[in-house]
Ligand binder design. Structure first.
Ligand code: ADP
Length: 279
């Protein structure tokens, strides 16, 4: 087992985020989202959410069901518009979907009529990248996600974990500014989920893309993240921001380390308070 560090999680209470000298890769600025309810009233899914994700950071949103995690990701993806506030990716205001944001969702979103290779190169082909350059990039990512031997398979011949590996490779092949991941391992069995977490840690370690990752699994949040944004519900908001005090590379046995358990307790406490407040 790795060395045991007893460092306590460093608590950063919003809005006192350290502003990095470089412009943040993602900036969520005072975002509120309200839905019209069928009765004619409004439901506030997100209220005045502000945070910044620096370049190359792995940011994780964690919170109870219904706190607006997916909504925040959808707004960042440009699939919906905030009622108030703005979102910037690489300094550009988000005004709709764009290739600068790669997405991996829980549901399998591969094109079933395309092979693994064709799925990964889809965005590159749309950008009319020359075939030789496309091949080089696709071969690299096939190898990264361990699917070189499955390049010519169709998605129906793949397991759930393999499909998500293709989705990760497809998103990264486009060289997005940020990778948006919405519970990407939520539908997988627990063993496959652990394997996928390890794979993502390895691939991310090479690509160092900025990531915004949604999960309700505290272990997953700590294992993967540089920083965990704990959300609360009714209305959806950022409750607490915690830096993960665990060195990289991360391995699964780190879940038994003191610093991991301390942080888990801290997040669990915040989420538990949330449940208490709901009653
Ligand atoms: P989470 O991902 O944290 O579970 P969501 O972002 O999916 O939360 O949803 C936040 C809240 O907004 C929930 O209460 C949900 O019921 C509500 N909501 C989501 N989409 C819609 C919609 N299209 N119309 C009305 N309410 C919605």
């Amino acid at each position: 087992m790795g060395s045991v560090t007893a460092a306590k999680p460093r608590v950063v209470t919003p809005p006192a985020l350290p502003s990095s000298h470089a412009a943040p890769r993602l900036q969520v600025d005072n975002v509120s989202l309200r839905y019209q309810s069928p009765s004619g009233g409004t439901f506030t899914a997100l209220e005045q959410v502000s945070f910044e994700v620096p370049d190359q950071q792995f940011a994780v949103l964690v919170g109870p069901s219904g706190c607006g995690k997916s909504s925040l990701l959808y707004l960042t993806a440009g699939l919906a518009e905030p009622t108030e506030g703005e979102i910037y990716v690489g300094g550009e205001r988000v005004q709709g979907p764009g290739a600068d944001r790669g997405m991996v969702f829980q549901g399998y979103t591969l094109f079933p009529w395309l092979t693994v290779r064709q799925n990964i190169e889809f965005g590159l082909k749309r950008r009319k990248m020359p075939a030789a350059q496309r091949k080089e990039i696709v071969d690299y990512y096939l190898n990264e996600v361990g699917l070189t031997q499955f390049a010519d398979n169709f998605s129906k011949q793949l397991s759930g974990g393999m499909m998500q590996r293709v989705a990760i490779a497809r998103a990264l092949a486009n060289d997005p500014q940020i990778l948006l991941m919405d519970e990407p391992f939520g539908a997988l069995d627990s063993q496959t989920r652990l394997q996928m977490q390890q794979l993502l840690l390895r691939v991310w370690g090479h690509s160092k893309k900025t990531v915004l990752f949604v999960t309700h699994d505290i272990d997953e949040a700590i294992l993967l993240g540089d920083r965990v944004y704990v959300m609360g519900a009714r209305p959806g908001r950022i409750k607490q921001i915690l830096d993960v005090p665990i060195e990289r590379p991360r391995t699964l046995d780190m879940v038994m380390e003191r610093s991991f358990i301390d942080m888990k307790r801290e997040i669990f406490g915040l989420l538990h308070d949330e449940l208490e407040e709901a009653h």
